[in-house]
Design a protein around this ligand. Sequence first.
Ligand code: ZN
Ligand code: ZN
Length: 213
Amino acid sequence: MSCAFDLDHYSELLDAAKQGGYRFAFFDREPQPRDLFLRHDVDLSLEAALELAELEAARDAHATYFLMTESVFYNLASPVGRAAVARLRALGHRVGVHAVHPNAGRDERFDPVVAWHNPDPEYMREPVTGAVNVMQDPWFDPEHYRSDSNQGWRHGCPHEELARSAFEWLQLLTHPEIWVYPGATMGETMRAMLDADRETRLRHLAADRIDLS
Ligand SMILES: [Zn+2]
Ligand SMILES: [Zn+2]
């Protein structure tokens, strides 16, 4: 099995979790044995988040999607943003806030769970008033955590360990953009995302009654 960052291997990761006897857990209770906390930080693309969300739901997998209110890349208050939140919920996923420190400001769109975007070590694991910080005790510890940051696994792709139940429980952070858009490196993947985004924006322009002739 090649550990490519694509949707085929993402599906294999979900299959491996099932094979290993894991259940999909949310951040509304403390970790228990066989819990798999699927966490997605949506840094760049709601379109990628929705594509991954559909794939997961079709496989009876459920995740918590962390969406930004201060992103330079997407607007959660736009019709597209509101529809994305509604669709994620309709698919059975949870929605948390991917917050930019120090503003953990949540509103009715979000469950009481926060993941900081690009956190500094000083506050990364500090509790947040009124919400769970996904990196606070007991939801985070390095033995029970894997992430795909910048299209690389610091401690290896977890599919094989998931399949043989090697983790007591796991918080698995993945970024939808990395899996949805093709590319052997983060740079290639980002350029593929931008190519797709051009088509998306052309459709938005047409919907906005811009003459594209
Ligand atoms: Zn793998
Ligand atoms: Zn982020």
